[in-house]
Design a protein around this ligand. Structure first.
Ligand code: ADP
Length: 973
């Protein structure tokens, strides 16, 4: 259509004729932003009133419908309104409609209706478009001055900063809220914006390399990161919990720096050079099990950066969620990835991106949940040009390994299973997140419950049930337990034992919370909510089998998920910045998705026994054939929604394992009654048998892989990763017959479970199963995170343990106290190794008691702890009465001369000690002289280690003299 004809049209006619085109221009990007900006302008000019606005922007209604409503409204208001509307569109979308749209006689820029002497409230309205732009980069600051001046409460702020709003929407809400507070609040905002503009220009002057556009973008990005990270999503729906209020430090382990283990580290330290294994690499990996708090830790990093409290050397931070990147189907360039997925620069895109390219060390990227990316890390397809488009996974892998954007620091979180050698070689360092410490659990529960009495009751009931306390080291379970405290307190002591128990409790809690009848739920609570369980269960199950964690409205419809199912609170709206206007959902936590999937596997009549076996056959499947569709194919094909059919990607092993663990738990005899009214009893019975068979078969396969012993050595089983998982499944099932059966077939004398990620929960399961062993074994648990609670959980199997190896396990005197109380009565128990824990002198009185009491105890190794002369004196007290100890290791403590003298005194006539190490203990010549007495008098000593001390000539001479009188000693170091 030619421009001449257009000019001849009246504005209203033009609006009708080009309606489709206008709607497309306003809405096709999927974002409501364009429409809202047009409305801002019309509001500012007085063309629309507040009531009009409410009629146009109806929450929950489709974007196109809202836009149509606006068009209808301006049309009915007449020609002037239409003219102003066209001009607003021209300003918001300068290129969208072409010049032809703009009528002769129209104002080329917006003319605000000038009125002299406006009030601040009026000014807020007339300057609205401009204020929205300026405020979106400094919402935090504006809210702060409003709170400080007494106009806003923290509830007001929370309402504005909800993560579902984009920065510009937050700015609009702020302005609307200020309007309702009156004239003086409006004045505060106007003054704040003015001041912040002035300080912005002074920032540019002091930092000439930062252009105005860059500073604006930085503010917008900061504000958007802040909005996304302020609240914890698990508290969504009912109450919004600010991360600042609930965040509790998690334990961390830096693999190559054992001295720093379990200390919580600041973000600067984590990202900095300490513990680096590859100085050339830019990627720091934080790994941890599902629910260990990885996402929350990263969210904390984002929040502190956005608040200016951490990592301020990085001028820009781009946060990505791998879960959300999965839904990006297009090929993108790095620039598109950054701007479209994190924060869009309103102006100066090229200039900002050039700045990033020129200053990579000032930029930080974060990728949450690498394990949830559909493709696993690959190093094959290399690209190095930032403008080259590629699939998102290729971009991501190139960023991580540094061929793209070298020098930009990256922080990645992942579950350990997804981190293979290909990725490891590109890591600057790796830290392990180990969940809450005991004091962390205490602290979290107190933060969660504002009523201190309530918190005290929850903590009391945790103390009374150490199996449950063990579970609470995992932050997600600590959250569930705190969330369900009413159910927990009503449970009676000790009744919650397994992870399945805890998840069933949360299921019941959510239903109770939404029940219209607020009375206690009947025994049929599951049956009453069966529809919801099956709908959500199917969605979860399909998702797990296909590595899908974000669900569209269509996915949900296919599984029959209704509005009321959504209201139950298991699903939360996905915070995808790139999908601002199309609703998507995800489960509150991945483990909850696994749990609902497991419930579906059990209750659905469409899933048979084959689905159960598939869940347990992971290892085999991996070996024998490609996984993938086979799991989804266990379903009745008519029920498979598009998410499964479209991409038949591989199901992710860790999630299938968690699901199988829940299946085991739910098929426990204890719950059979619950299923009676919800499914076919015959089918559930069959599924139970099937699960038992799979577990038993899995264990046997494992035992068959034990190699024959080397001559002279014990028959030793080194656990494969799946062993601990199988043990956990048996524990969840609470099936002692199965445990007994499995253990009767194990013929090893030594069980090696080092580096197996064993925490308190795994210890509970291990003890449950291992207690059925026929013969005593050595249990080697070095380099795990057993902790004091774990030690307590191991007690039930100590009667079949002859040697316990717990090197590097975060154990304190408290744990030792409980352990010794138990093993003092067990004649089988003869050796213990506790190198590199957190022991002090306080534990030595217990060892002393053990030595006095047990005259067949052989080996005590306490290296690299915090034992001083006092502790050595305590040990010496016990040694005086002991006739059996052969090995005593105290390497790397601080016993000094005094301690060495006490030990020498106790051991000088020993007829049992064979090996003694006091390496690195600050022992001087006096100590060495005392040691020569053992050499001289003991009839059994063969090896004495005294290196890394401060022994001088006198000491050495005394030792050599003593050696002349002794024929047993083979070496003195
Ligand atoms: P992961 O990413 O390892 O699966 P999340 O970070 O999602 O684990 O944690 C699961 C839930 O546990 C969170 O939603 C939150 O409720 C709780 N949580 C985790 N870490 C912390 C923490 N450091 N402080 C407080 N709560 C936490």
């Amino acid at each position: 259509m030619g421009a001449d004809i257009m000019m001849a049209c009246l504005p209203q006619e033009l609006l009708l004729k080009r309606r489709a085109e206008i709607l497309h221009a306003l809405c096709s990007g999927g974002s409501v932003e364009h429409l809202e900006r047009v409305i801002d302008m019309l509001l500012a000019q007085g063309e629309l009133g507040w009531e009009d606005c409410q009629n146009v922007l109806v929450p929950g209604r489709a974007l196109y419908s809202n836009a149509r409503q606006l068009l209808d409204l301006v049309y009915t208001k007449g020609a002037d309104s239409c003219e102003l509307f066209f001009n607003a569109v021209k300003q918001v979308l300068p290129e969208a409609l072409g010049d032809a749209f703009f009528l002769s006689g129209c104002h080329s820029t917006l003319d605000y209706k000038e009125k002299p002497q406006r009030t601040s409230t009026e000014e807020l309205l007339t300057q609205r478009p401009d204020l929205v732009l300026k405020l979106q980069g400094c919402i935090d600051g504006a809210l702060r001055v409003l709170v400080e001046s007494g106009h806003f409460s923290s509830t007001d702020c929370d309402g504005i900063q909800l993560p579902i709003y984009t920065p510009s929407q937050q700015a609009r809400r702020l302005l609307d809220h200020v309007r309702s507070k009156g004239e003086s609040a409006s004045l505060v905002v106007l003054q704040y914006v003015q001041q912040s503009l002035e300080s912005e220009s002074s920032l540019e002057q002091t930092n000439p390399s930062l252009t105005k556009e860059f500073v604006k973008y930085q503010k917008k990005l900061r504000s958007s990161v802040s909005a996304q990270s302020r609240f914890l999503s698990t508290y969504g729906g009912t109450s919004h919990m600010p991360l600042d209020d609930i965040y509790t430090e998690v334990q961390m382990e830096l693999p190559n720096n054992s001295a720093d283990n379990y200390k919580s580290m600041g973000f600067e330290e984590i990202i900095g050079p300490v513990g680096s294994v590859n100085d050339d690499a830019d990627t720091v990996l934080a790994s941890g099990e599902a629910g260990s708090g990885k996402s929350t830790w990263l969210q904390r990093l984002h929040l502190l950066w956005s608040q200016g409290k951490a990592l301020q050397d990085f001028l820009l931070l781009f946060p990505f969620s791998c879960r959300r990147l999965n839904s990006e189907q297009r090929d993108l360039s790095v620039q598109e990835l950054l701007f479209q997925h994190c924060c869009w620069p309103d102006r100066g895109q090229e200039e900002i991106f050039q700045f990033i390219l020129d200053h990579p060390h000032l930029v930080l990227f974060t990728f949450d949940g690498l394990d949830e990316l559909k493709q696993s890390f690959a190093d094959e397809h290399r690209i190095c040009c930032p403008s080259q488009r590629a699939p998102v996974d290729v971009l991501l892998f190139n960023l991580i390994q540094g061929s793209l954007m070298k020098g930009v620091r990256k922080v990645v979180t992942s579950r350990p299973e997804a981190v293979g050698p290909a990725l490891k070689k590109h890591l600057h360092k790796e830290i392990h997140l180990k969940g809450f410490s005991l004091s962390g659990i205490d602290c979290f529960v107190r933060k969660h419950h504002s009523d201190p009495n309530e918190a005290a009751k929850v903590l009391e009931s945790l103390q009374a049930n150490t199996a449950l306390l063990g579970l609470c080291h995992s932050p997600v379970l600590c959250w569930i337990v705190s969330q369900c405290h009413k159910e927990l307190l009503g449970c009676g002591e000790g009744s919650l034992q397994t992870i399945t128990d805890v998840y069933l409790m949360i299921l019941q809690h959510f239903f109770q919370h939404h029940s219209t009848v607020k009375s206690a739920m009947g025994v049929n609570w599951l049956q009453e909510n069966l529809g919801t369980v099956l709908h959500l269960g199917q969605l979860a199950f399909e998702g797990i089998s296909n590595s899908s964690y974000i669900f569209s409205v269509t996915d949900m419809e296919t599984c029959g998920v209704t509005e009321s199912d959504i209201c139950m609170g298991f699903l939360i709206q996905s915070k995808d910045m790139s999908l601002a206007n199309s609703k998507c959902y995800e489960f509150l936590h991945i483990t909850l998705q696994c749990f609902l999937a497991a419930l579906f596997a059990i209750l659905s009549r469409n899933t048979g026994c084959s689905a159960i076996s598939k869940l347990f056959e992971l290892q085999e499947m991996k070996k024998k054939r490609l996984r993938g569709t086979c799991f989804g194919a266990c379903l009745n094909s008519t029920n498979i929604p598009n998410i499964v059919k479209e991409h038949s990607t591989m199901a992710e092993t860790p999630n299938l394992q968690i699901t199988a663990t829940f299946v085991s738990g739910l098929l426990s005899q204890r719950y059979q009654k619950l299923w009676v009214q919800c499914s076919s009893s015959v089918l559930v019975e069959k599924k139970t048998k099937q699960a038992e068979k799979c577990l038993s078969k899995g264990m046997q396969q494992h035992f068959r892989s034990i190699p024959q012993p080397v001559q002279g050595e014990k028959k030793s089983m080194h656990a494969m990763p799946e062993f601990v998982w199988l043990i956990k499944c048996i524990y969840e099932m609470q099936n002692s017959r199965l445990a007994k059966d499995a253990m009767s077939k194990l013929e090893a004398e030594h069980l090696k479970l080092t580096y197996c990620n064993i925490g308190p929960v795994e210890c509970t399961a291990l003890a449950y199963v291992l207690q059925h062993l026929k013969n005593p074994v050595g249990i080697q648990l070095d380099n795990n995170s057993v902790g004091d609670v774990g030690v307590e959980q191991l007690l039930p199997c100590m009667h079949i343990c002859n040697s316990l190896y717990l090197r590097n396990n975060n154990i304190t005197d408290e744990g030792i106290h409980k352990l010794i109380d138990k093993v003092i009565h067990l004649q089988n128990f003869q050796k213990i190794a506790l190198f590199n824990n957190r022991l002090t002198d306080a534990c030595t009185k217990h060892f002393s008691y053990l030595l006095k009491t047990r005259q067949n105890f052989l080996s005590l190794r306490l290296g690299n702890n915090n034992i001083t002369a006092e502790g050595a004196k305590q040990l010496a007290e016990g040694l005086k009465f002991n006739r059996s100890l052969q090995y005593l290791g105290l390497w790397g403590n601080k016993i000094g001369n005094e301690g060495a003298e006490a030990l020498a005194n106790a051991l000088q006539n020993s007829e049992s000690i064979v090996w003694l190490s006091l390496v690195g203990n600050g022992v001087g010549s006096a100590g060495a002289c005392a040691m020569s007495n053992i050499i001289r008098n003991s009839t059994s000593l063969e090896e004495l280690w005294l290196t890394e001390n401060c022994i001088t000539r006198t000491g050495v001479e005394s030792l050599t003299q003593a050696l002349k009188h002794n024929h047993h000693v083979k070496s003195v170091w």
